[in-house]
Design a protein around this ligand. Structure first.
Ligand code: FES
Length: 180
């Protein structure tokens, strides 16, 4: 009932949800290549297509967790090879920021991770997703309110392209926390 991603991997939990924000240039291309090769991914994972990891804000990550994801991952180009120069460096900082935030409120920081790979490394993408799934599977479920459970539905779908401008204009970390 839950997933429609083809063959179901053995021993997985349908309740688990991991949202993977993937940059179009490398991570999503690697994911696409792995799908074309019919490499099975954990059914818990839902991909979100981003123009660059520099476009992923802490609010994207925290909103995904708040709305039903058990883990979030950011997957982008190798450091130094971002197609927008430094988007993935910004993403590294933001993931670290979210990890600190999670830890400060008693949530396991490993629920948010960053991975990098080139477009020509589908196995690296698959390994990252499986690693994330393995880590999340070992954590206790996040406590959910009734409202939180019902708002989970929008995350459960096929890849979404949120589009948007180039990542270089993204707000610095300090400004995100205090945004009006
Ligand atoms: Fe891939 Fe920036 S384009 S991380």
């Amino acid at each position: 009932m839950a997933g429609t991603t083809g063959t179901a991997a053995a021993g997985t939990t349908d309740d688990r949800r991991i949202v993977a924000f993937c940059c179009r240039e490398c991570a999503y291309a690697a994911a696409d290549a792995s799908a074309n090769a019919r490499t099975p991914l954990p059914p818990a994972v839902r991909l979100v297509l981003m123009p660059c990891t520099g476009r992923v804000s802490p609010l994207h990550l925290l909103s995904a967790l708040a709305e039903g994801a058990d883990g979030v991952m950011v997957a982008g180009c190798l450091l130094g090879q971002c197609h927008y120069r430094e988007g993935n460096f910004m993403a590294v900082d933001r993931v670290a920021f979210v990890q600190r935030l999670l830890k400060s409120v008693g949530v396991e920081p490993e629920r948010c991770r960053m991975f990098t790979m080139s477009a020509g490394e589908p196995p690296k993408f698959v390994a990252a997703v499986r690693e994330m799934d393995r880590v999340i599977a070992g954590l206790p479920p996040l406590p959910r309110s009734e409202a939180g459970e019902t708002r989970q539905a929008p995350l459960i779908g096929s890849a979404v392209d949120i589009g948007g401008p180039a990542p270089v204009a993204a707000a610095p970390l300090a400004a995100v926390g205090g945004a009006a």
